[in-house]
Design a protein around this ligand. Structure first.
Ligand code: BGP
Length: 469
């Protein structure tokens, strides 16, 4: 398997799923601090002390140890997010919180020590709670100004320390989970299409504005958009299934097209027309949207099938969105259908559409791991299933590059250290190369243990992918 010399190997986390220290050193609450059950139930009225994310894996106090472990694996890049409410505790504050800024200074300095490039997500499902409560999140145009102030602050502060940025995590998730994706507290079933498209528009304008500002502050900055990458296949070759799949794909391309092309393509205008939406978009908004991204990044865990008559088939489970089951695929313990070839397919479709570099910033297997009674060859968890999953996906990445000519900048596996899951807010769904002793009931010592996959990934990076088969 061939990977380019400059390929960015690494891992990914998000502040709200790993940092903990939810109210330390002046941090304000984020929406996640009020989501003890992930997306499965609505938000809580008050902070629920059982919410595992409040302490996460306590990366806030373990970052030196954790980054040293990433360095031991040879990471070239570490994808992480800045918790917006660590910098602006309420989101609409006058001044930033210096302690919060210092924390990320320390993290970036630690990365630099090992030659690891940070890849920073500016907003990873962690809108400051106050902005959700007072403004109903991104439904309000005011959020553009608050986000602008926040990104200006961090682009300026970390100039020269960070060169790779992502504006919003999985921006297309707003269709499915408006609270997580856009900090909207109004329940989804009370939101109209008008509300959702307008909120999406505000995020899109804010994203393009961040790209503009980021380039102005440091022309060296590479700024990308990020979507939940989903391969959708027609369940059968019945043209009705094919058309249903095309319609579904349009909802996915909505965000990448606007980010990468800089305008609302004709089909997006038709979508809104059909749904009775009259978008409030100013001339200035449309001008800002012309600031297109340097790269397109996405998460990829699974694929799904689409049918024009879905009730005839068994329903699939999946990452924030589902279709019907694909009879040719195996699934994870959480029912997500595993499809390495779907990753090659997706890389091709994006590259054919935009001819811009792609970055796989999330991929991995959420599984229940068992800690061995004693260390075996330096590891504590025998996670061959995870090694297999990642090997098979990376083999397809290599094919996309070498057989199909797709340009891929790098690969950051999701949850390179175990963390709290986003959809179910639990600890037992683990993705990491590093096991963290914390349990669903909140017990645990927070001690870190290497898994078998730790040594495997180290070898992958050392050989620049040569051991992938
Ligand atoms: C993506 C999110 C991540 C992450 C991942 C795995 O959608 O960007 O934050 O958590 O999915 O999902 P989960 O944690 O629910 O297994």
């Amino acid at each position: 398997m061939k990977f380019p010399k400059e390929f960015l190997w690494g891992g990914a986390t998000a502040a709200n799923q790993c940092e903990g220290a939810w109210n330390e050193d002046g941090k304000g609450a984020s929406i996640q601090d009020y989501m003890p059950h992930g997306i499965m139930q609505g938000p809580s009225e008050v902070i629920d002390e059982h919410n595992l994310k409040l302490k996460g894996i306590d990366l806030y106090h373990h970052y030196k140890e954790d980054i040293a472990l990433f360095a031991e694996m040879g990471f070239k890049v570490y994808r992480m997010s800045i918790a917006w409410s660590r910098i602006f505790p309420n989101g609409d504050d006058e001044k930033p919180n210096e302690k919060g800024l210092e924390f990320y200074d320390n993290v970036f300095d630690e990365c630099k020590k090992y030659g690891i490039e940070p890849l920073v997500t500016l907003s990873h499902y962690e809108t400051p709670y106050h902005l959700a409560k007072k403004y109903d999140g991104w439904r309000s145009r005011d959020l553009i100004g608050f986000y602008e102030k926040y990104v200006r602050t961090v682009f300026t502060r970390y100039k020269g320390k960070v060169h790779y940025w992502i504006t919003f995590n999985e921006i297309n998730s707003i269709w499915h989970f408006p609270l997580m994706g856009a900090g909207i507290l109004t329940p989804k079933n009370s939101l109209s299409a008008q509300d959702l498209y307008q909120a999406a528009h505000h995020e899109l304008v804010a994203s393009a504005l961040a790209t503009k500002i980021g380039h102005e502050i440091d022309p060296e900055n590479k700024i990308g958009c990020m979507v939940l990458g989903l391969t959708s296949y027609p369940r059968t070759c019945d043209p009705d299934d094919v058309i249903a799949t095309m319609e579904e794909s349009k909802r996915g391309y909505f965000f990448t097209d606007i980010h990468m092309r800089g305008y609302y393509p004709s089909y997006t205008l038709k979508m809104m027309e059909k749904e009775g939406v009259v978008l409030n978009a100013t001339d200035e908004d449309l001008e800002i949207l012309k600031n297109t991204c340097d790269f397109l990044s996405f998460s990829y865990y699974m694929s799904k099938c689409i049918a024009s008559n879905p009730e005839q088939y068994e329903k699939g489970k999946g990452n924030l969105t589902t279709g019907v089951k694909n009879p040719y695929l195996q699934e994870s313990q959480w029912g997500w259908q595993i499809d390495p070839k779907g990753l090659r397919y997706l890389l091709n479709t994006y590259y054919d559409r935009y001819q811009k570099p792609l970055f796989i910033v999330e991929n991995g297997l959420g599984a229940k791991d068992t800690l061995l009674m004693e260390e075996k060859d330096g590891y504590w968890v025998e996670d061959d299933y995870r090694i297999q999953y990642m090997n098979d996906h990376l083999a397809q990445v290599s094919k996309a590059m070498n057989d199909d000519g797709v340009e891929v900048m790098g690969y950051t596996s999701w949850g390179c250290i175990d963390l709290i899951s986003a959809s179910t807010a639990e600890m037992k769904k683990r993705y990491g190369f590093i096991y963290v002793d914390r349990n669903n009931d909140g017990t645990g010592s927070f001690k870190r243990y290497k898994k078998k996959s730790f040594y495997w990934y180290k070898k992958v990076i050392e050989t620049n992918g040569q051991i992938i088969s």
